[in-house]
Each structure stands twice: as C-alpha cells, then as structure tokens.
Design a protein around this ligand. Sequence first.
Ligand SMILES: *Cc1c(COP(=O)(O)O)cnc(C)c1O
Length: 400
Amino acid sequence: MSVRLLDVNAQNHPLAPRLREAFDRVLASGMFIMGAEVTAFEEESARAVGARHAIAVSSGTDALLLALMAMDIGPGDEVLVPTFTFFATAGCVSRTGATPVFVDVCPVCFNIDANDARAKITSRTRAIIPVHLFGQCADMDAISALASEHHLRIIEDAAQSMGARYRGQSCGTIGQAGIFSFFPSKNLGGFGDAGMMVTNDDALAARARRLRNHGMEPKYHHHEIGGNFRIDALQAALLRVKLPHLPDYSAARAANAAHYRAELAKLPGVVSADPADCRCLADQETRLDAAGARLVLPVAYPHNDHIWNQFTLRVRGSGERDRLRTALDNAGIGCEVYYPLTLDQQPCFAGLPETARQPCPVARQLAGEVLSLPVYPELPADGRADVIAAIADFLDRGGN
Ligand SMILES: *Cc1c(COP(=O)(O)O)cnc(C)c1O
C-alpha cells in the first residue's frame, strides 16, 4: 500500500457540500475583493486564537512582510531569525532592506535558541522572529525577556502552528504580531495561497490594514506605500468552512504523533528526544551515543500544546537519513526533508555580512538528519502501520 505525505482531498472532499455553498454565496454576492466574507473570516479567526485583530492576506509570506513594514523595519536594521526554517522567514526581512541575522536552534524542539540570539544582538537589532516550527512553540519566555531587555519587536512566525499554545496562550498572540499561513499543507489548509497577521496592538493593526491595500485611506489617498496583500473573498469564504474544524484536525495529528511515538519507541535504536537536552547538542550527542540511538523521536515540551504540522525524526549517522528516505520511497511511503539546507547556507544570502552568517552547528546537524513522516489528520490506521513497519524493516536491515 502506498501512503502519501499529505492527502488534501481526504480532508476537503467530505466538506464539498459546504464548500459549494460558500462558493455559491460569493458568486451570488458578486463581491470578490474584501467585503463581508473577509470581515467574517477575520472575526472568526481572531476569536479562535484570542487576538484583538486579525488581518487576512494573500499568503503567510505577505503577512510576514506586512508585519515588518507595519513596524517600519528597513534598511540599516537587523532582524534575528532562526537559520533552520522555511525561506520566507528571512526572505521577507531582506525584502524590506533589513538584514536577517541567522541564529542557531535548539536540538530538541528545533526552534530558535534564545542564548544564541542574545549573542548576536547589536546596536542595529530591531526585531526577532521566533518560528514555531513543525507545530511547536519556541521558548517564548526567554525570547520575551530578551526582547524587553533590548527593546526588540517580536513577530511570531506561526505559519505552521495556528492553534498551538505556549503555557496556554495561542501562539501568534504573544509577541507584538504573529502570522499564520493557509498554504494547503498547513494545519488550516486553504485552496491556494492565503495567510493572516494577528496583533493585539490597535495602531499596528490599523497600519497593517492600510498597508495591505496600497497604503490607501481613504480611497485613492496614499500617505504611504503599501502593496496588494489582500486575501480573495472566495478564499476567505472557503476557509470559514474549515476554520471550525481546526481543533479536530490538530487533535487527529496529535493522536497520530502519539501513536508513532509509542510504537516507534519499541524498536531497537529508537530513542525519544529529552527536553533536558535543550540547548546543548554535545550533551545530547553523548547521551544518544550511550543509548545507541539511530533514530530520535520528536517530543513536545510539557508547557506546549504541539499541533504536529510535521512529525520529524532525526536519523543519526552519516548518510543514514538519505538511506531511510530511499527505503521509504521504495516502500511507497511519502516523506520529506524539511529542511536540507540552513538559511545561512543559501546562495542568495551569500552576500550578507559575515556577522549575519555565523556558523550554526546545531542547525547544520539537523539539516543532515531530519526526515518528516506522514502525520496528516486523515492518515488511515493501516497507513500508519505501514510507515512503522517500513521503519522497523530499515532498522532491521541497517545495523552497523
Ligand atoms: C509556510 C511558511 C511560511 C510562508 O507561508 P506561505 O503562505 O507559503 O507564504 C512562512 N514561514 C514558515 C515557517 C512557513 O512554514
């Protein structure tokens, strides 16, 4: 049997009648730009995550760019970003004319290391973008403390983590602004590209709303230069159908993750990451070596409600990750490497100053070891069993 990494049809097709209703509503209204569907989607999303303001936009990338623009971040400024994330986190910083400064990550949760961030602060540092990678929140207490000490703005890149909580608080609402993505592979997957910025700051929200629409207010009066970052009314109407299901989608992902963690842990050479190893790769390596670990299972910190956008293993040993990937490919099991290169290694950032691209050893190691497995909500139980069997087979064959 083949198992896909993600099956959007399994999620969307059962909602077809409601999606068609939403489409018919928009078609009948003739209102395709902004309007009631967008406003309703924003209000419902704001309520769902507990934010004062939600500004729906054209993509998660545009939400990041908008948040940076609304904070006046630009040339001469530095912004701290984790080096182990999707490209957009840093790409948007560069697009404003500011300099992304790459920060290493935690070997347990893969999120930005606040100690390394502290070491990279200069007089030009204006903001920090913690990414809540794979569905788990970054260390927001440490980041908030650092930010208030150095007067940094916090933009949470929660593109992969809408609905995740940190000490009970929804991610995206902890810093001055947060962003979500509705790219089809995210937990609230849309029908094309879309995203959202959330904030509790009234002035920032007003500015972002204006910048989303060419800096225009009132009509045809432009006091500043924005862009077209609007979400389609149709997209908003369709996403309104799925938004109420988000908690169920995330719960189903969490159940799949719990099953993997329980079953894979029974296999020889499989060890769970230990939250105690946060921030010290050397200690972790010593412990993993002593345990004979070949695969390291992801773990949620007890204070985090993890929404498991990805279930990401570490495969230890030179070439082993690529061997497991090939074995899964051959068994018809979808898997993916998020991410094979750290951002400081990307050719497009080669022109950044040396100080922005200092070595980040934890992230480098992760880029060589990570492999994400199918964890989507509709993953059938027999598909899950096939994934586990294929990994067991790999471990059986590959003893070295
Ligand atoms: C998906 C993603 C984005 C960008 O979102 P798009 O909607 O694809 O533009 C930004 N940051 C992270 C961490 C992401 O995973």
